[in-house]
Structure formats: structure tokens, C-alpha cells
Ligand binder design. Structure first.
Ligand SMILES: CC(=O)SCCNC(=O)CCNC(=O)[C@H](O)C(C)(C)COP(=O)(O)OP(=O)(O)OC[C@H]1O[C@@H](n2cnc3c(N)ncnc32)[C@H](O)[C@@H]1OP(=O)(O)O
Ligand SMILES: O=C(O)CCC(=O)C(=O)O
Length: 376
């Protein structure tokens, strides 16, 4: 199978940091950027340098690390923002303007054609400084289709090397994304980016659908953090690129550590059942599942924990079966008779039904109780 023709631009350090309450220190940003680089992420959006002096300093530091990843700085269509980003030594400036009638009316109070003219002048300004320009249409998914094509066509004519399609409020479903992206890709001869928000839980699905429809650069954030309900999760997108897109160039073994790092630095707790990196992503309790996994993990794991730097866990509880319990007992070096194992199993279920977690200490107590009650 021919691998999908895509690259990743991870925007954790810019859009991810826009999660309310999140502010990464410069050291944390550097640490995240280095790990993204190790994974093989092609582009890192390091920040929005006009936001503050400290932000500018961090972006400059990341741009100076000599990473293999290309470094991108975010900017409004304003000379000051663009000059500040270029001053950081970034490889690419991402210049954004809102394109929907709603955003143009609320933010600029002038005709959209004038907003576009101003933005094109800013693309010229950045291009003339010798930096690569990505042009991003904010709220593209709610923009009049004909105007959006005109915007992208003109941005390409002015030298933008990438055109970003932002589903800013996460209002699309995959079918709509497929139709729109297919149309854009066939209308404007420039690589497109898919920047998807997760307001209806479709960010990853929309990103993958955009890739299948011809988008080249996929925007992600670690743990899917970002404005409101966040962005497309890096971990999920990368696993899909590996399992469905035929792409094996990313080193996914760093994903779990990176995810935990961003959880700590952002203060945004991972849902336990978060795909790929959540605590329960490779945890199993059901007896029927564990009995089969002991024979072959592929029965209940579509991809294995090693691939993403994680581990498998067997949890004891109400749904435990005998084979699972025997496996746990033997890994603890406990040698029980068949009737004692049955008694432990009953005790495990009873405790669990009283909402008591079966920790290793509790399990040892239950084993001793069974040994007292049932002679071997
Ligand atoms: C979809 C997105 O993620 S967009 C990015 C959102 N990110 C952020 O807002 C980053 C954090 N923001 C900040 O630190 C501040 O808002 C700053 C430094 C960017 C700007 O601060 P201020 O100058 O105080 O402006 P403020 O935030 O009050 O208002 C936004 C201004 O930017 C203008 N603006 C918004 N988007 C754009 C754009 N793409 N191009 C040009 N101007 C823009 C607005 O019209 C408004 O202009 P006005 O001050 O002339 O009315
Ligand atoms: O498309 C982009 O690259 C950025 C735009 C953005 O952050 C958004 O609209 O949510």
C-alpha cells in the first residue's frame, strides 16, 4: 500500500497552550519540542510570538535548538506580529485571518474584500523577508465556499506555500470535511492543511478524512488539548497513520511519556480511557478477554502497548475469570489449590461489588483468607 502523503504540524505549544488556564514555561516548551522532534514530527508551531516578551523568547529558543523539525511562528495579519515572529528565527510564519462573514463583521467591521487585500499585503511583507509563509483561513468551515476558494487562490498567487483550512469551532462532520477538502484540493494548486477542533468530538475523524481527501499537513496537539474541547490528538492521529495510512516513519514509542509530560505541564488531566495513552488504554478486567489475551493479545488489542511506549495491565474485579486469576497468582508466586483459587475468585468478586479496588495488598489478604478457610 502506498503510504498517505501527509506531514504533521503539531500545534501543542500554540493552540494547545490556548487551553484556558494553561501556560507552559520555556523549559517545558523546549522539553515538549525536543520530544516532538524525536518522534519525527515535521513541523512544530512553537508559539505566537506577539503574545508576550516571554513567548517571543521561548519561540526564539526553540528555533535556535537546531531540531530536524521545522519551526513555525503564528501571527495575525499585522506587520508587528509578522516581524516579531521572523525576529525569532522561525522557518515559517503562519499568517491567519478570519474569512467567514460572521468573523469579518464582528472583528473588522469592513468588507471581506478589504480584509483579504490587507492580508495579501502581509503575505507579501513576510515573503519579502525570505521566510516561508503559511496562510491560515480562520473559521474556514463557515466561510462562503466561493469566497474561500478566491482567498486561497490569491494567497497562493502571493506566495503562500501552505494553505490552512481551519474548522475553528469544530462544526464539521467527516462527510462534510470530505466534500469540502476534495473540492479545495482540486481547485487550488497548493498543499492544504487541516486544522480541526473537537467541539463535537470529530477532530481526529475530520483530520483523517481531510488526509484521505488530499490534505497534506495535519495539525495536532498532544492529548488533544486546545481551545474549548481541544484539537485533534497527536497520539490518535499518529496511530491511525501507522495502522491505516501505511506510515511507519514516526517513533511512536515516545507517545506515552510525552502524553504524561503534557498532562503534568498543562495541568489538564487525561481521561482514564483516553485512546492510546490513557491509564486504561491497555488495561483489561473481563475474564473472557484476559483468557484470550494470554493466548494472543491481538484478540483484544488492535495495536500493542509496546508500539506507543506503554504496558498492558490486568485488573482484578467483578469481571475476573479463573484463568486471569491463576495468571495473576502465578506471577505473584502464589501456589493455591483449585478450590482455594475458586474461593479467592469469589472473594475478589464480592469485594469488587462493594466498590473496593483489588490492590496487591487486598489480594494478598484475600489469598490468606482463602487459605485459612479452605485447606488445600
Ligand atoms: C483561532 C485562533 O486560535 S486565533 C488565535 C487566538 N490566540 C490568541 O488570542 C493569543 C493570545 N492573545 C493575546 O495575547 C492578545 O489577544 C494579543 C497580544 C494577540 C492581542 O492583544 P490586543 O492588542 O490587546 O488585542 P485584543 O486581543 O484586545 O483584540 C484583538 C485585536 O486583534 C485583531 N485581530 C484579530 N485577528 C486578527 C487577524 N487575524 N489579523 C489582524 N488582526 C486581527 C482584532 O480585530 C483586534 O483588533 P483591535 O485591537 O484593533 O480591535
Ligand atoms: O489554521 C491554522 O493553522 C490556525 C487557525 C486556528 O488556530 C483556528 O482557527 O482554530
Amino acid at each position: 500500500m502506498k503510504p498517505w502523503n501527509v506531514e504533521i504540524c503539531d500545534v501543542t505549544l500554540r493552540d494547545g497552550e490556548q487551553t484556558p488556564g494553561v501556560s507552559f514555561s520555556c523549559e517545558e516548551k523546549v522539553d515538549i519540542a525536543r520530544t516532538l522532534d524525536r518522534i519525527g514530527i515535521e513541523v512544530i508551531e512553537a508559539g505566537f510570538p506577539a503574545v508576550s516578551e516571554n513567548e517571543k523568547k521561548c519561540v526564539k529558543t526553540i528555533a535556535g535548538l537546531g531540531l530536524d523539525s521545522r519551526i513555525c511562528g503564528f501571527a495575525r495579519a499585522k506587520k508587528e506580529d509578522i516581524a516579531t515572529a521572523i525576529d525569532c528565527g522561525v522557518d515559517m510564519v503562519s499568517i491567519f485571518i478570519p474569512t467567514s462573514d460572521l468573523h469579518v463583521r464582528v472583528k473588522f467591521k469592513k468588507p471581506r474584500e478589504n480584509v483579504l487585500e490587507d492580508a495579501l499585503a502581509m503575505i507579501d511583507f513576510a515573503r519579502d523577508q525570505g521566510v516561508a509563509v503559511r496562510f491560515a483561513a480562520e473559521d474556514a468551515s463557515r466561510t462562503d465556499a466561493a469566497f474561500l476558494k478566491e482567498v486561497y487562490g490569491k494567497a497562493a498567487d502571493h506566495g503562500a506555500v501552505l494553505l490552512s483550512f481551519a474548522d475553528t469551532v469544530g462544526c464539521l462532520i467527516p462527510d462534510e470535511m470530505r466534500t469540502i477538502m476534495t473540492d479545495l484540493v482540486s481547485s487550488v494548486d497548493r498543499p492544504f492543511c487541516a486544522h480541526c477542533h473537537n467541539d463535537m468530538g470529530c477532530a481526529v475523524a475530520n483530520t483523517i478524512t481531510a488526509a484521505q481527501a488530499g490534505a497534506f499537513q495535519l495539525h495536532t496537539t498532544v492529548n488533544g488539548i486546545g481551545e474549548r474541547s481541544g484539537n485533534a490528538s497527536l497520539e490518535e492521529v499518529l496511530v491511525i497513520l501507522r495502522t491505516k495510512g501505511g506510515i511507519d516513519r514516526y517513533d511512536l514509542s515516545h507517545l506515552t511519556a510525552l502524553s504524561r509530560k503534557v498532562e503534568k505541564y498543562s495541568g489538564i488531566a487525561l481521561p482514564k480511557n483516553k485512546p492510546v495513552t490513557g491509564e486504561l488504554a491497555f488495561s483489561h478486567e473481563s475474564g473472557i478477554h484476559i483468557a484470550a489475551i494470554l493466548e494472543d493479545p491481538a484478540t483484544y488489542e488492535y495495536f500493542l502497548p509496546d508500539m506507543v511506549g506503554s504496558e498492558r495491565h490486568f485488573i482484578l474485579g467483578k469481571h475476573t475469570g479463573r484463568k486471569a486469576l491463576e495468571h495473576v497468582l502465578s506471577s505473584l508466586g502464589e501456589n493455591l489449590s483449585e478450590t482455594q483459587v475458586c474461593r479467592v475468585l469469589d472473594l475478589v468478586k464480592e469485594h469488587s461489588e462493594q466498590k473496593c479496588n483489588i490492590t496487591p495488598e487486598i489480594l494478598r489478604k484475600l489469598i490468606r483468607q482463602a487459605q485459612r478457610e479452605v485447606s488445600s
